[in-house]
Design a protein around this ligand. Structure first.
Ligand code: MN
Length: 131
């Protein structure tokens, strides 16, 4: 059984902790980066099934990181889901324009999170493989 690998790029410890605990509940394999450069390097090394990308990051932001991923012939097939902040108006539009497949709004709704993630993965990945 293949476990889906999810790379989380998030600089906020509390958000990372929440996302980590939710993904562990979903039996996903988790890779973590707290800045964009580390995230891109980790993506190249590990080829995750999906990337959760915070927009507001120190240094290179999540939008620029997504553009780099989408321009990379090796990485561009990996869906990038933006973690957008409710307080940042227009983030969803910017995320889609940068090449994100979708977004999850913060604060994260813990009840729908795994369902949303599962929806962006293939039908034979993640939670669905448990049944
Ligand atoms: Mn952030």
């Amino acid at each position: 059984m293949k476990t889906s690998k999810i790379l989380v790029v998030e600089d906020n410890e509390l958000n990372m902790k929440l996302v980590r605990s939710l993904l562990l509940l979903g039996k996903f394999e988790i890779l973590e980066a707290m800045d964009a450069e580390t995230g891109i390097n980790l993506a190249r090394e590990t080829m995750p099934d999906l990337i959760l990308m915070d927009i507001q990051l120190p240094g290179m932001d999540g939008l620029e990181a997504t553009r780099i991923i989408k321009q990379d012939p090796v990485l561009n097939g990996i869906p990038v889901i933006a973690l957008t902040s409710y307080a940042m108006q227009g983030d969803e539009e910017k995320a889609k324009f940068a090449g994100c497949t979708g977004y999850v709004a913060k604060p994260i709704d813990t009840r729908s999170f795994l369902e949303i993630i599962d929806g962006y993965l293939g039908p034979r990945s993640g939670l669905e493989e448990q049944s």
